[in-house]
Design a protein around this ligand. Structure first.
Ligand SMILES: [Zn+2]
Length: 432
């Protein structure tokens, strides 16, 4: 017996193994009380109690006796609770500030990758302050998105949980940033190069694939398809082969039509889609991420960004057609997910898109579903994110007012945010 103990203690001494020595630290238990709770599972709870163990929700109840004795109780009974919101289209690493005399577009070109990632923490904070606890980030340079995702997951940076794509795939064109092509990633012409580029992103650690299948970005609202159906299909199949979803950017109807037919999981922007494409989206369950609000942001901030004057009329017309396409798609029964396309200083305005969805004919509840259950489904995380229910991540938002009456409450009246069981924002009146 003594010999055995000696052996065991030597093992510990040399650090070979320690887990059996002591029981794991008990998980922190919290109980959050809401006056009302919309759980995104079709139920509004009055006087809800959400019990949290570690980073997950243990139970939802209205019975105070369900609060564990050791729980830290957080009283939000004057607020309405929502699941943490999900923005499925961001560019988190392309954050800029309003440095005087330096247009934001120029900042993106000039900032070295490490500087961009460091600055991006400010946009990340504003994003969680808007109640957004998860994002799907659709396009970055130099794998800054992977670095940022991992820094957030390690607790070194405060920000939303990120699902990232690395480089979006695009055809050979004029780079927006000198030196970006070649040899930088993402450029792929023809099926073999598309296959290689998809595999490169996955090998680098991407969670999702992004492909730019049309022109159109910033102050340019042209809609020309840039990839052939065969190239798009190759990207979709290669992504799916590795269990990854694929988002396809198309400002216009042609790229959207081919993306949907090829089996894309979501189409981004996709203004002027024809009825046959919309019907095909309903049939296949393809998500539509219209990103209407980002063009509003460009119109409001074009001088600071550094666009040349004269683009505004075309962009205004594009917004109207984008909204009209969203209206048609919603009426036809297409599934929507909320994507802001946040970039530059747009972080914090991520959920304004919900206002456009209500304009397109959704009820506030339907709009909130696009940023919760629908978005989680598009991420392939429908059982972990986007709802307040046992087993889900403890991502919670407290808003002041009733977001089911006015969606603006969810946009402008966020007072408190929890991500993975940790309080990350607390702006309650007389906050604790
Ligand atoms: Zn985008």
């Amino acid at each position: 017996m003594k010999i055995l103990r000696l052996v065991v203690s030597l093992v510990f001494l040399f650090g070979r193994s320690t887990p059996a020595q002591s029981a794991p630290a008990p998980k922190t238990v919290k109980a959050v009380r809401f006056g009302k709770l919309w759980d995104a599972k079709g139920k509004v709870w009055n006087n809800a109690i959400v019990v949290i163990e570690g980073d997950k929700i243990k139970l939802v109840s209205t019975n105070p006796s369900d609060i564990p004795v050791a729980a830290q109780v957080i009283d939000l009974s004057q607020y309405t609770g929502l699941p943490g919101l999900i923005d499925v289209h961001t560019h988190m690493t392309q954050y800029t500030d309003e440095t005087p005399e330096k247009p934001m577009l120029k900042q993106l070109v000039d900032n070295p990758p490490a500087v961009e990632v460091f600055l991006a923490r400010k946009g990340a904070l504003r994003t969680v302050e808007a109640g957004v606890t998860t994002v799907r980030d659709l396009g970055a340079d130099q794998y800054e998105d992977i670095a940022m995702r991992d820094l957030i997951n390690r607790g070194e940076m405060l920000g939303p949980r990120m699902f990232v794509c690395g480089y979006g795939l695009y055809i050979t064109n004029t780079p927006y940033k000198p030196g970006l092509n070649p040899p930088a990633g993402g450029i792929a012409d023809g099926v073999p190069e598309v296959l290689r580029a998809v595999r490169q992103q996955i090998a680098a650690g991407a969670d999702v694939i992004k492909m730019y299948a049309s022109t159109g970005t910033d102050d340019d609202v042209t809609q020309f398809e840039t990839y052939s159906y065969e190239e798009i299909k190759a990207a979709v199949d290669a992504a799916h082969q590795f269990g990854k979803k694929i988002a396809i950017h198309s400002y216009g109807p042609d790229g959207a039509r081919d993306a949907v037919r090829a089996g894309a999981d979501s189409v981004e922007h996709a203004t002027d889609m024809d009825d046959a494409t919309i019907q095909e989206m309903v049939r296949r369950g393809t998500f539509y991420v219209p990103t209407i609000d980002h063009n509003r942001y460009y119109l409001d901030n074009w001088q600071k960004i550094g666009y040349a004057d004269g683009f505004q009329e075309k962009t205004k017309a594009f917004i109207e057609r984008n909204l009209e396409t969203a209206r048609k798609a919603h009426k036809a029964g297409v599934k929507f997910a909320m994507g802001s396309d946040a970039i530059y200083t747009m972080f914090g305005q991520n959920t304004r898109e919900l206002g456009w969805f209500v304009k397109a004919g959704m009820t506030p509840e339907q709009a909130l579903e696009t940023a919760t259950t629908n978005a989680a489904e598009l991420l392939g995380k429908a059982k972990e994110l986007g709802a307040v229910a046992p087993g889900y991540y403890a991502d919670l938002v407290a808003v002041e007012g009733d977001p089911l009456t006015s969606v603006d409450v969810a946009i402008d009246h966020v007072r408190w945010v929890m991500k993975g069981g940790a309080v990350v924002v607390d702006k309650r009146r007389g906050g604790e």
